[in-house]
Design a protein around this ligand. Structure first.
Ligand SMILES: *Cc1c(COP(=O)(O)O)cnc(C)c1O
Length: 413
């Protein structure tokens, strides 16, 4: 059974100070999880997690993770500025490109970020900018489909990211000729994986590529970036990944592939987003309307502008009606927001306890790709973000938008 990380008593107190809806984050959970990840890869001397900023672009969150030893993975100019404002610069930033504008590369170079080149033509952009960094990463796309034990996990051949095998060898040679001294390789082949085998399988592909690249180009390969993709159990019946088993699986492949090649000083990097924050955030809303037509609807004061994943991907997010955790789930509801969009539903045909107007509702696992994907459709204002600290106190870490924020970019003349 999925339980919220916050109690009804705590929420009653928090909502006296901050009106619903808001995203709430669990500092204790975030820190403990970051430490677990570090422990799982402690066998690797250079290990570092670069938190995918796009998942939860909040300075307090980035600083908490930085205190736990994490850098940032940025993929836009503004994400780079955010990282800089948090004091996370230089080789603590991984800059992931893809169809990236030139001025964004320039900012990444200015900050001394490690650039992850998505395409061989991006080398021309670095030449144009007149700065060839000493360290560079190249992103690999093996094409075809990516399967684990006959299950197709994803379709790299249809993905816009990365270089082909031929291109990555060519890119390494060109970059070496231009003066790049040290290299990394990266790939992201499947998203939200619920298996302990994903990272080890990806690691095998990248470690073998690294060995071949070094043998054929003589490049000094300093790191392998396993990127994001470790998933979380959004559904109560799903089994969570065991990060210790994943770390151990990667270690085995590391010894098998890098041992014989004499490359046992290569660092492992990760760029996890969902795994780092997903379960440690929730959207807190209140039931404000009840409607019975052909179906039975409960309307919340939150909407898809606060959490887009259900509307966009039909994604499942578990819902707890606070104070009724042990009541029978004998009511079938569609849980909606108030957008003029019929896909503005957090749940369809969900069996839940009887909901009364005024009930507080927790929508689980919104810590990553939750607030971050928010938008302003229908003039809805983005919610606040609140941190539940380790001592049980709370801290506002982003205020809710006001109409002035909404009007700020409009021109009234
Ligand atoms: C989105 C993204 C991540 C994080 O992915 P998660 O699924 O949240 O772990 C990491 N690296 C890159 C380049 C990404 O685009």
């Amino acid at each position: 059974m999925k339980r919220p990380f916050v109690t009804l008593e705590q929420l009653k107190k928090i909502t006296e100070q901050y009106p619903t809806p808001f995203h709430l984050y669990d500092e204790k959970g975030i820190r403990e999880n970051a430490r677990r990840l570090k422990r799982a890869f402690s066998w690797n001397k250079g290990f570092r997690e670069f938190f995918a900023v796009k998942a939860t672009p909040n300075p307090t969150i980035l600083k908490i993770l930085h205190e736990e030893g994490c850098g940032t993975d940025c993929s836009s100019y503004t994400e780079l500025l955010l990282s800089e404002k948090c004091g996370i610069v230089g080789d603590e930033i991984m800059f992931s490109s893809n169809a990236t504008p030139t001025h964004e590369f320039a900012k990444a170079l200015e900050l001394g970020a490690t650039i992850n080149l998505d395409d061989i033509t991006h080398i021309d952009v670095l030449e144009e900018l007149g700065t060839i960094p000493e360290v560079i990463c190249c992103r690999y796309n093996p094409g075809g489909t990516f399967s684990i034990a006959n299950d197709i996990m994803d379709n790299p051949g249809e993905a816009k990211y990365g270089m082909t095998r031929e291109q990555i060898f060519e890119a390494f040679r060109r970059l070496m000729a231009l003066g790049v001294k040290r290299f990394g390789v990266h790939a992201f082949l499947a998203s939200n994986t619920l298996t302990n085998d994903y990272y080890p399988m990806l690691a095998k592909i990248l470690f073998e590529l690294a060995v071949d690249l070094r043998r054929e180009t003589g490049a000094d390969i300093r790191f392998v970036n396993l990127s994001g993709g470790i998933g979380i159990p959004y559904r109560p019946e799903q089994k969570e990944n065991d990060i210790m088993v994943i770390g151990e699986g990667v270690r085995k492949v590391y010894e098998d592939v890098f041992g014989p090649a004499g490359m046992t000083d290569v660092a492992i990097y990760t760029e996890l987003g969902r795994y780092m924050l997903g379960p440690y955030g929730c959207l807190v809303a209140r039931a404000i309307r009840e409607k019975r037509i052909y179906k039975h609807y409960i309307g919340l004061d939150a909407c898809a502008c606060d959490l887009l994943r259900p509307a966009m991907y039909g994604a499942y997010h578990h819902i707890t009606v606070m104070g009724k955790e042990d009541w029978p789930c004998d009511h079938k509801y569609d849980i909606t927001g108030s957008l003029c969009e019929n896909n503005d539903k957090f749940a369809v045909d969900r069996m839940l306890p009887k909901i009364d107007i005024g009930d507080l509702v927790v929508i689980h696992d919104t810590g990553a790709h939750g607030y971050a994907m928010g938008y302003n459709y229908n003039g809805k204002l983005r919610s606040a973000e609140i941190l539940l600290r380790e001592d049980g106190s709370t801290k506002l870490i982003r205020r809710a938008e006001t109409p002035e924020d909404y009007f700020a970019t409009m021109i009234f003349d």
